[in-house]
Design a protein around this ligand. Structure first.
Ligand code: G3P
Length: 218
């Protein structure tokens, strides 16, 4: 399973990259605003910085909601850097744009997906990635992971090549559940990735090994 980090914070992206397990980055307008990146020029420059840092797929989201606007914005984003993936919302005009970008050879990530039917549409339109938001489904007392299982089943039934990018991952167990469900990619915060490192028996065992070494070599 590929690991993407879901942030626009350069320090956190660099930390995950240095760990050697980072396969890409996802951003959205909320994450850019959280880092204080505002204004078209600054936002575009920031995308380039992230691309240069990770040299891997970086999802950059359009803010237009009409076909013409999505296409214009997406083509501009795609020209920024070879690693840009154009992130398009799951709306009617977005589906049309996914097909357009597919035919032009531009990589896409269909975002704000909350149902198997939406994921089926994204795959039929040729999206490179589809982003079901598991955390936000859990937030409303429903089962986000069930959506991943259903999309996996549908895509496998027909051999769709669209990659399931489990998004709105909030914590380490989400990552493990995504791996069990066969998601192709997960995107989450740095804490969800570093959480995988943790086990008390690892800490206790290491402490004992180091202690015994010291005693034996005193
Ligand atoms: O990748 C989508 C993600 O940014 C949404 O996450 O935590 O805002 O639901 P969250």
């Amino acid at each position: 399973m590929k690991f993407f980090i879901d942030t626009a914070n350069l320090d956190q992206i660099a930390e995950a990259h240095d760990l050697g397990v980072l396969d890409g980055v996802t951003t959205n307008p909320s994450l850019m605003a959280k880092e204080g990146i505002t204004g078209e020029k600054n936002i575009l420059e920031h995308y380039v910085k992230i691309c240069e840092l990770v040299k891997a797929p970086v999802s950059a989201e359009v803010i237009s909601t009409d076909f013409g606007g999505i296409v214009k914005e997406g083509e501009r984003l795609a020209e920024l850097h070879e690693h840009i993936v154009v992130k398009v919302p799951m709306i009617k005009e977005g589906v049309k744009a996914l097909k357009y970008f597919h035919d032009k050879g531009i990589s896409t990530n269909c975002t704000l997906v909350f149902s198997p039917g939406q994921a089926l549409l994204a795959a039929k339109a040729g999206a490179t990635y589809v982003s079901p938001f598991i955390g936000r489904i859990d937030d409303i007392s429903s089962d986000g992971m069930d959506l991943i299982h259903k999309i996996r089943h549908i895509y496998d039934n027909y051999g769709y090549e669209t990659q399931i990018l489990a998004a709105s991952v909030r914590h380490t167990m989400h990552i493990m559940d995504c791996a069990m469900a066969g998601a192709d990619v997960m995107t989450g915060p740095l804490s969800s990735i570093t959480g995988l490192l943790k086990h008390p028996l690892t800490d206790i065992g290491l402490e004992k090994f180091l202690d015994d070494y010291k005693k034996g070599n005193a």
